[in-house]
Write a protein that binds this ligand. Sequence first.
Ligand code: ATP
Ligand code: MG
Length: 329
Amino acid sequence: MDKDVSPDGKDTPPVAKGGKAAPEATSMIDTLHLSRKRVRKLLDPYRIESGKGFRLSDHDPRDTAGAVLGKPDASTLLGEGVRVLADYQQRLYAQDRWAMLCVFQAMDAAGKDGTIKHVMSGVNPQGVQVTSFKQPGPEELAHDFLWRANRALPPRGHIGIFNRSHYEEVLVVRVHPELLERQHLPPELTRKHVWRDRLESIAALETYLARQGTVILKFFLNVSKEEQRRRFLARLEEQDKHWKFSPNDLAERAFWDRYQAAYEEAIAATATPEAPWFVVPADNKWFTRLVVVAAMIEALSRLDLTLPPLTPAQAGALAAARAALESEH
Ligand code: ATP
Ligand code: MG
């Protein structure tokens, strides 16, 4: 990707005189039909920044913020949101200071894949890395539990998407403790407080990353058990959806309540202002996607993504390069 092409596609970089934030850089979110205030109002009920009093049962998977927007409005907004996100991503890349990590966690059929696909559909693939975390292999099992997440972190200027994540280590591994045994840990380290310790380690890692310039957003796509049943049935009934169904999905569904309890505890223990969770209603896909894209652009809009002004030496080098190219004719 060209680092000196501005997000609007013109060949002037987004630098304001004197290195101040260019007005368009900070007000991009305001070009949406949703004003910044409305975006905040939309996101507020879903953003969790502290575990105090957090209860998953307070969050309705069917919620669509009826009073704030309607569905027809939403598809226009999603399109606009995707475009604004692409602009921000280009600035993020050109500036090369911040990174963004978006973690997606959910029960099966909650819509992780579709959300990631739609929300990222406008961005330059070179600036984004999507990592899907499956069951760990022997090399991964031979290392500490955060090892593979660390290796997949986005570098500065990039957006990293985790499709499942290090959180599986306090979710599926907690629901199925036999998975912990496969990790060859010294037994005296797994007898007591293992989940509390892991949650602390995750929170500490995320604080560290935030201090290093990674903006972290964590999305729990909150689908209801009934909607999961409907989606599984659709996968079984429609031939082109068969590939999406695995009998193991049904086995995991049987552990629904234990997963919900593990999610509740994980979210409560790791929700911080610098690495918030978004409990996103997931029974309506259009709404899930809208909340996710809104959360991403809202977080990016808080950053000053202008490029630093050129130093006199850099300006001189550009002028010399231009003169050299022009003198070729
Ligand atoms: P989809 O079904 O839409 O393709 P998925 O994320 O469910 O997406 P699968 O290949 O079906 O992908 O499942 C991956 C499995 O790997 C999940 O059951 C998940 O719980 C499991 N997994 C991920 N990380 C770990 C881990 N650290 N330890 C054990 N199991 C894990
Ligand atoms: Mg699956």
